[in-house]
Design a protein around this ligand. Structure first.
Ligand code: MG
Length: 369
């Protein structure tokens, strides 16, 4: 069976402050990501994007590079019901899938399950079990409960036979509206069949949903040989010790690992390509300056540090007293709060070069949003 897809992209992003469909998730807009999930499926005939008049250019940019003959644009109404009705007028395939554009993480597996269910049962809606208890509340008081085994969270895409869904809209009174199409179908046609939904298929509603969605992780590592007559700089703090790092710069392994993690998370080349260790301007340079320069690079790309997690591996000296100072210093250099940077120090159990105190090393992971 062939399907037309209606992508509902005309809602107001009142809870997010701006059009959330334009936000970037993994290098493409939320809208483009939702469209892409359907575009390559062999049973999808046409994708109808329902949007607001003033967002048509944005929709065109989201489908740029795709086969335009597979798309149609409908203008949304004042309610979801009206918007879907407008989109449905352009649907002609035997089946129709209706999807919220704000659910960009829908898997093709779910879409296939919904389509299969339409073929077999005439309808298909992804649903999730309710794990928390649900209560009816009036005036801030719980007045009743529900048997949660009988409750489900309902997601999209919601799939139906096109003619049957169209008939639901003709039976609806002019100003009546429904929460979604499954409600309409249940009212006018038959109970709706459910398939397994997924927690990944969440709707981006608050800024928090979006931040988690766009997280980027980076890893960094550095090691320096320990030599006499050099100061030991770790995490931007001078540590009292009779050995220090052999390096072109001040040899701060902690900051170097951190810089590599930041560059890695932002899709940049590594520390050596940004700050070459044979360039005269970096001779004995304070690594804190390199970290500040790195922050400028990632800021320009639009990223913010969410958190950083570091490990220092050194047989000696003991670092416990210095760690709070390093956290304060690095938090300030990165413009994040103290709680968002953690540093652990460990020995190498006397194993290998680090264990023999010939070298000192550090690992860093960061997340950017
Ligand atoms: Mg280094």
């Amino acid at each position: 069976m062939k399907f037309d897809v209606i992508i509902c992209a005309s809602g107001e992003s009142t809870r997010m402050g701006e059009n959330k469909l334009k936000f970037d998730v993994g290098g493409m807009s939320v809208l483009k990501r939702s469209i892409t999930a359907f575009y390559t499926l062999p049973f999808v005939k046409k994708i109808i994007v329902v949007t607001k008049k003033e967002e048509i250019d944005f929709v065109l940019s989201a489908i740029n590079g795709l086969d335009k003959t597979k798309f149609e644009i409908a203008i949304g109404g004042n309610t979801r019901t009206e918007s879907v009705k407008n989109g449905l007028q352009l649907a002609s395939a035997a089946g129709v899938l209706i999807h919220d554009a704000a659910r960009p993480f829908v898997s093709q597996e779910i879409i296939e399950k919904v389509a299969k269910s339409v073929e077999i049962n005439g309808s298909g809606v992804p649903a999730l079990a309710v794990n928390d208890s649900v209560r009816l509340v009036e005036n801030d008081k719980i007045v009743d409960g529900f048997e949660r085994d009988n409750l489900r969270f309902v997601q999209t895409p919601q799939g139906f036979l096109t003619d049957e869904l169209k008939s639901c809209f003709t039976k609806l009174a002019p100003n009546e509206s429904a929460t979604d199409e499954s409600e309409l179908y249940a009212r006018f046609v038959a109970p709706v069949s459910i398939v397994d939904g997924s927690h990944d298929n969440r709707k981006l509603t608050t800024m928090g949903d979006y931040l988690g969605a766009n997280m980027r992780v980076g890893i960094g590592y550095d090691i320096h040989r320990l030599i006499p007559f050099k100061k030991l700089m770790l995490g931007g703090i001078e540590v009292e010790y009779h050995l220090g790092s052999l390096a072109h710069s001040d040899g701060d392994v902690v900051i170097h690992a951190l810089i590599d993690a930041l560059l890695s998370a932002s899709g940049e080349f590594d520390i050596g390509s940004h700050f070459p260790d044979n360039a005269p301007e970096y001779l004995d340079i304070d690594s804190a300056i390199l970290l500040s320069n790195t922050m400028e690079i990632i800021k320009k790309k639009g990223y913010i540090v969410n958190n950083a997690s570091l490990i220092i591996i050194a047989e000696a000296p003991k670092l416990a007293d210095y760690i709070p100072l390093m956290r304060v210093k690095l938090a300030r250099l990165m413009g994040i709060s103290y709680e968002n940077i953690s540093i652990a120090a460990k020995t190498n159990e006397k194993v290998g070069e680090i264990g023999e105190n010939i070298a000192i090393a550090s690992y860093a992971t960061v997340t950017l949003v």
